[in-house]
Design a protein around this ligand. Structure first.
Ligand SMILES: *[C@@H]1O[C@H](CO)[C@@H](O)[C@H](O)[C@H]1NC(C)=O
Length: 253
């Protein structure tokens, strides 16, 4: 019994480092022979997602889920995001000649732009997303605010710019979404546009592009878009300046 235990312990001591070091043993070099760590590998994966070189990924690669979870909970993620909203302000102050006639507008995404879905995704990275579970989580209205976005939202409002929220969330989540937004401090938007059955057939990029076109036809001057997905800013943007927040957790086409 004692001996078996010691043997198991010894075996474990050998096995654990092997599992942890698994990645390094198999892939310690890039195709060009550069020696890299798992952190190097995952950081370059994350960077290339943000550069939009890696597209249409279904899940975060298994070997990088720990790294990505750490990143989205880190100060670096907050600093990266805050830099984005600061650049929005620089742009507003230097390049936007606001008319202040009630037609100046700014568009925001909701998830991982105004509200954080990290509490949901941190346990689901690397898995194919279960939409039912995600919508169940959203319907509870417990998503926290991203505080830099909240500050920017309030700054936009104080400058008399109309705020339009365009989200890939579906209509049945409307009241939960409004409650969630208001509870964490967002209020005073002009429009909240969600997906309904008539526009669920087109891609998110096409849907958002159609909404922008509609808003322009109503006389809005859209100065900018703040989102976390490229699909929020794809298609015919008509020269609208778009700012992208970091989001290495999921990809919406
Ligand atoms: C998806 O989530 C729902 C709700 O939590 C659950 O009932 C269902 O079993 C899940 N489906 C899969 C395939 O995991």
């Amino acid at each position: 019994m004692g001996r078996t235990f010691v043997c198991s312990l010894v075996l474990l001591c050998f096995l654990i480092p092997l599992t942890v070091a698994d990645w390094n043993i198999l892939n310690q070099k890039t195709h060009n022979g550069l020696k890299i760590s798992l952190k190097n590998y995952c950081e370059s994966w994350r960077m290339n997602v943000e550069l939009h070189n890696i597209r249409d990924f279904q899940v975060v690669p298994e070997e990088c889920t720990e790294y990505i979870t750490k990143y989205v909970k880190s100060t670096q993620y907050k600093v990266d995001s805050e830099r984005t909203t600061e650049e929005c302000l620089v742009y507003l102050s230097t390049s936007c000649n606001l008319k202040k006639d009630g037609k100046d507008a700014w568009i925001f995404d909701i998830d991982d732009t105004l509200l954080s879905t990290i509490p949901f995704y941190k346990n689901n990275l690397g898995k194919k997303i279960n939409v039912t579970a995600l919508e169940e989580w959203m319907s509870k209205g417990k998503a926290p605010a991203l505080d830099y976005s909240l500050r920017f939202f309030n700054e936009i409002k104080s400058r008399g710019i109309q705020i339009i929220l365009i989200s890939g969330r579906r209509e049945h989540l409307r009241s939960a979404t409004i409650d969630n937004l208001v509870n964490v401090g967002y209020h005073g938007w002009t429009g909240l546009i969600l997906r309904d059955p008539t526009n669920e057939l087109v891609s998110v990029a096409e849907y958002k592009s159609q909404v922008r076109k509609y808003l322009t036809s109503k006389g809005y001057r859209i100065w900018g878009v703040l989102g976390d997905q490229f699909s929020s800013i794809a298609g015919n943007t008509g020269g609208i300046r778009a700012f992208k927040l970091p989001n290495p957790m999921y990809y919406v086409a």
